[in-house]
Design a binder for this molecule. Sequence first.
Ligand code: HEC
Ligand code: HEC
Length: 529
Amino acid sequence: MQNKKRMPLARTALALAVLAAPALAAEPDGETIIRNNCLACHSETGDAEAPFSRISEQRKTPEGWLMTINRMQELRGAQISTEDKRALVQYLADNQGLAPQESESYRYLLEQDTNLVETGVEEGLGQMCARCHSAARFSLQRRTEDEWKRLVEFHMGQFPTIELHSLARDRAWYEIASNETAVELGQKFPLITPEWNSWKAAPKADLTGRWRVLGYVPGKGEFTAWMNASKSETGYQLQLEGQYTDGTQLAGRGTARVYTGYEWRASIEIDGVKMRQVMAANDEGSAMEGRMFSTEAREIGGELMAVRDRGEAEVVAVMPSHLRLGESAELTIVGQHLDGDVSLGEGVEIEKVIERDGDSIRVLAKASGSAGARTVSVGDASRDQALAVYDSLARVEVSPANALSRIGGNGGEMAKMRTVYRAVGYAAGADGEAGTDDDLRLGYMPATWSIAPADEVAAHDKDEKYAGMIDAAGIFTPGDAGPNPERKMSANNVGRLKVVASVSDGGSEVSGEGSLLVAPQDFVRRVLD
Ligand code: HEC
Ligand code: HEC
């Protein structure tokens, strides 16, 4: 049916579509699907608490369940229609999912942030497990000790060379994994937890309604919008309308599914570009937070937040989120049902209200007094720390600090993997020293972007000339794949670069640096990671 080489891309697209797609009619029952599709190899245990072997004694995210079912198809030959797979992921994530507290520290994996470097991974687990995949992969699962042991068996059976790798051949990997790691994971991430018991019993919020949305699309900028979610058979129909900060309009339509009562997964086409939203709703269903990214290129994305219209006045954000002492600047208060007196906090004078309605208020403001975070209010509605008043920009952080791009192109078999950069500004805080705990985060700032070789070797190889280019919007596009006859030392266009953001502040320039590895294509066949 398909050209083999194209399979991975096709599968990834399908996998993404599965999680957000609506079904046309009421979905079949999950247990029936398991009986029809899984019992050729799995068995019914007769235990009402855990009716299906292997399947009943683990809990995971919708992406986690999708990964397992994909493996059943890919490696085990299980047969299941796309419709049944959708319904089964829904059923399993709803009944054997994770409580919000259980997923909150690892949302980056779900949000598919490709450039996050995990921190705080326990050394043992890092060496035994998180050397091949993220620690979030297993931290987003809950199993009985026995099921953690079976997972080790699966790894050993499926990847027999696992014991020969670095960080395994120096130890008895299999023995340690079965007798120590699995036991530890059984205690750390057990199947039964108070969090899940109470979340499973809790009423789940209906997310129907109007949402005030704030987001970022690389190359286009920050936007504010209204998103309307109306109920459909299996989730929500979505309509989105808004504008970027430069005034350009945006509009989109799509569908969403909610798993486990709070895991929002939407597919939405915005001005012809297919985007995906991954957010977590809070317990009351009044706000959601996460990331939106291009379905085709998940690195092209940005933070996304949504606040539900509950008929009450609410200040959602101030854009931009910073104001320099002594300078006049335009600020927009974004919210809903905004009515009444506007205050930008102590010492911030509103010189002029340029434009206002219930959704937003654009003002010209000037700050005096001391540096620090301000509470912004309109009538009875307010938001703490919505505006950072600062004396001078002390440092600029390049985000992501450590990134990976991949060369590609040349015929389109493997697309280039870009990196999207943003600059985050900080003031020194009360101690006057940059880089300390009391630094005041100012938020994203407009920057001028450039690249430079990472070190002498990179400079000698002219990596800055060949490995790629960064545009004014902070989007780095790597070079073409394949041999480059102009380069003697390295056959293709890989390289190591510094990415520099320069932000102007009161007549001077402050810059920050990130580290970027421009790597070869990712030849690993991937279903969905
Ligand atoms: C053709 C045989 C076969 C079919 C059909 C099959 N499985 Fe499996 N399943 C396996 C095997 C073999 C394993 C153990 C190895 C592994 O985990 O891949 C397994 C393991 C599992 C596990 C444990 C995975 C883990 O991470 O520990 C789950 C959950 C599971 N299957 C779910 C399903 C579901 C749901 C279906 C039906 C949609 C299904 N299986 C259909 C053969 C099958
Ligand atoms: C040699 C590399 C390697 C090591 C080491 C490794 N894994 Fe994996 N792991 C994989 C691969 C590859 C997959 C994906 C298998 C698939 O779905 O086809 C995987 C899948 C998983 C999954 C998802 C299974 C599912 O279907 O839900 C979990 C959870 C996991 N690993 C946990 C661990 C733990 C815990 C350890 C340490 C004891 C570990 N891994 C060590 C390579 C590794």
